[in-house]
Design a protein around this ligand. Structure first.
Ligand SMILES: [Zn+2]
Length: 418
């Protein structure tokens, strides 16, 4: 082979003993890295040579030059001295950019009957980028609601779709059908910390990164190990996670929206009108106490989900459809982006006060509520951001007392359930 001919090419693949090339994890992530702005200064972007399967995935990246090879000899043939080998050989093909025209499909919120309060909270969460905790008895529909949350979010941009697909590719979970579908990752509470936040050698992304640009749904939140929940605090603030192992350090994106659910007590029926709770007050407070104050502080919206009795379920009409809610969400997000260049959840420090200005009446209302409920400064800021989102959904330029009053409702301490 003429080594000079290799210049400008990158190769990845699993080599079998017979010389066949097999797909590898992360082809899309590699392709994305090769097409990084840093490389765009070069005269031409590096060309990527990949096995069948990996090549199609990598070709999702716009402008990437991707070749697919079946066998090591197909590759070698291209780099023999002399004139370029014929491209027509079946084993070596330039892959056309992978087309991504299909519309993502999500389960519809129309499937969920009743639950006006929870639906409203999810709409606010989607509009402002806020996290939400649903509390209710088993069977009240918390999981059904959570599985329909991603559909309320705006359509992914190509950049977001690429980021999301690249992480899925690294995790070995990418499939073309899921292109531009916002993921909903729902790890079980018995999942290890590594499975949840990432790790291993070489480091692999965890569920929080696989949920990047999508939704992380944690059902039965208090059942997760404390250490796992505490590990969520960093990515909830920063949108990424750094994994350090003895020899390696890796950073994965983790900009997800957290949707959490829990029963109000160990038996699940505290406050339910369908069945009596059998738990002692002590059991209830120990159960709810598994969630640390700082973690709860970081969840913007707390909402109760009541179970419907069988006859209520039959007599309630279908709920509003996802598409209608999403169009309001998109408008509210657009207002925030136009005003401040970010979602309301992403506001920090002085920008919060600047963008969420209150008139006298609403400031007085918030101060009174905060004093009565013993809120931290962080809680007040979170409440302000939620109030701003409620105002955006209402198309209001300023945050008014009704918006603040609704936002306050969503930050009641858990103990208020008693
Ligand atoms: Zn109970």
């Amino acid at each position: 082979m003429d080594a000079r001919k290799l210049e400008g090419y990158e190769f990845a693949g699993e080599l079998s003993l017979g010389g066949d090339l097999r797909p590898v994890r992360g082809a899309l992530a590699m392709s994305l890295a090769v097409a990084q702005p840093g490389n765009r200064g070069a005269k031409t972007l590096p060309k990527l040579v990949l096995p069948e399967g990996s090549a199609q995935e990598a070709a999702l990246v716009p402008d990437a030059e991707i070749y697919r090879a079946h066998h090591l000899l197909d590759v070698v043939r291209q780099f023999l001295p002399g004139d370029a080998a014929p491209e027509a050989l079946d084993g070596w093909t330039r892959i056309a950019p992978t087309s991504t025209q299909q519309q993502p499909v999500y389960p519809d919120l129309a499937d969920v009957k009743g639950q006006a309060a929870a639906r409203r909270a999810l709409e606010i969460a989607a509009a402002g980028g806020h996290s939400v905790l649903m509390m209710g008895a088993p069977g009240s529909g918390k999981s059904m609601l959570a599985q329909r949350f991603a559909g309320l979010l705006p359509t992914m941009t190509t950049e977001e779709a690429l980021e999301s697909a690249a992480v899925a590719s690294l995790g070995g979970r990418f499939s073309l059908e899921n292109w531009a579908v916002r993921p909903t990752c729902a790890p079980h509470h018995t999942a290890s910390a590594v499975a949840l936040v990432g790790g291993g050698s070489p480091p692999r992304p965890g569920e929080i990164s696989l949920a990047h640009r999508g939704v992380l749904f944690l059902d039965e939140l208090p059942e997760f190990p404390r250490a796992a929940l505490e590990a969520l605090r960093e990515p909830l603030e920063s949108g990424s996670i750094t994994i350090s192992r003895a020899a390696q350090r890796a950073e994965f994106p983790a900009r997800f929206q957290l949707v959490a659910a829990m029963n109000p007590c160990p038996c699940g029926f505290l406050g339910s009108h369908l069945r009596a709770c059998r738990c002692s007050p002590d059991q209830v407070s120990r159960y709810q106490g598994k969630l640390s104050g700082p973690l709860l502080d970081r969840i913007d919206l707390h909402v109760e989900v009541g179970a419907l009795a069988a006859d209520e379920l039959v007599n309630t009409p279908p709920g509003e459809a996802t598409a209608a809610i999403r169009s309001r969400v998109v408008q509210a997000r657009a207002r925030a982006i136009t005003r401040q260049g970010s979602t309301n959840q992403a506001l920090e420090g002085q920008a919060i006060d600047a963008q969420c200005q209150l008139d006298e009446a609403s400031a007085k209302f918030l101060n009174t509520a905060a004093a009565r409920l013993g809120w931290s400064g962080r809680s007040i800021h979170r409440c302000l951001k939620v109030a701003r989102t409620i105002a955006d959904l209402a198309g209001a330029a300023t945050v008014q007392v009704t918006h603040v009053a609704e936002a306050v409702q969503y930050r009641r301490a858990l103990k208020a359930v008693h």
